[in-house]
Design a protein around this ligand. Sequence first.
Ligand code: AMP
Ligand code: MG
Length: 491
Amino acid sequence: MDPITFDNSYAQLPERFYTRQSGVPVSAPGAIRVNRPLAARLGIDADWLASEEGTQVIAGNAVAAGSLPIATAYAGHQFGGFNPQLGDGRALLLGEVIAPDGARFDLQLKGSGPTPWSRGGDGRSPLGPVLREYIVSEAMHQLGVPTTRALAAVTTGDTVARDRFLPGAVLARVASSHIRIGTFQFFAARRDHEALQLLADHAIARHYPDAMRSDNPVLALLEAVIARQARLIAQWQSLGFIHGVMNTDNMLICGETIDYGPCAFMDQFNPQQVYSSIDHQGRYAYRNQPSIAHWNLSCLAQALLPILHNDEERAVALAQQAIDDFPRQFLDANAQGIARKLGLGALREEDTALVEDLWQLLAQHELDFTLAFRRLADLAHANGNDNSVAALFEFPEALQAWLARWRERLAQDALSPTDRQAMMYRANPVFIPRNHLVEAAIAAATDDSNFHVFHTLVDVLANPHEYRPELALYATPPRPEQIVRQTFCGT
Ligand code: AMP
Ligand code: MG
């Protein structure tokens, strides 16, 4: 039996959607980690994946039976400027894996060598970005955020030249699909309406089958993507997650988070926070994420115009109406997220000041975003729980008046204290992939070939909601000298 059940529906689309391309072999592949729970979900034998044969496949040295590797075409707005031709320059779609329950997932290699879309790039990835994506994407999944996932990572035995020579690696990434806003933009920019329609049909069949029954399936597709992105961005905001490179080629139609290049979780709360070394204007700062998502979705609407309606004016009106609903949908999802974080059944209009004042105080006193909310969950119910984070974080005097207001508000809420606290612990994780921990894992692997730090971190983050005092180090904010101020795209 073949170790992976492949289907290649994307590779059956016309040739202008991709180029056929195999991985460019590397010298000495070595397994780093196999994601066993994910392999089980996909019906892939994890032992095979970790074997010599599986390692060769993940490194791009061998093609698994049934796989038709392709590098896909896409375009995108990068930092607001349109690039009509990006494409998989360092990635290969091996095909789609059909899980035992029938669900379809893309299996993609990242760092597998140059493709016709590489332009000047080498098509490779250093070890650091591969580990970073593995750690953060898996953490996001465990935090309940829709995301691409890491199935396996391997070293290549080769070095890649960046500002210094670094060990090379390949990541095997799984997504519901890799169809991006930029994939639609690629064909829209070429006025290839036939391809736009084929791509829309493909995306609808795969992700939004209900849209097929709508009077206007393309409009239903646009509305469904808007709805998913509104919920996704609200989840990012609720966790202090900063994506860092919200270009339209990095937003997926399926609504999963993709591209863990310069991303980071905030330590101290700062709405203007930016980590990406190339984001000089702060375009993708924490507080801008909802409006950038809105802007990106308007690019999707624009790309869909030719197939939205054959009357151009009508098409524009339909697109506009769909796009204009994004802010409301985001604010609704965001309000629900905040209610859960504060332990309330729902936010009321009068709660605006309570919420705004908290953001203000968190920023003014530079409080740790994750621990502040986690401590709030501790305080919601005095149940003698010895797993509180009080030893790591206590609210300063300046917040006592706010806490008193919050307690008064809780008293008017119908939730029982036990249910409230359980909900708050779910909404306020204690373990997030803090930048300094991620950097430490990368440094140990890159500089000392020590993968132990990486493995331990992935294991701790597999259970982000349950505090264990023996893991206090993983919940502790960075010391001043450990603070990571900049992150870099994984090129
Ligand atoms: P990203 O920053 O990962 O979203 O990538 C933006 C574009 O640059 C995509 O078309 C990538 O395929 C391409 N790219 C990034 N890094 C490399 C590389 N090392 N070699 C070739 N192409 C790359
Ligand atoms: Mg990208």
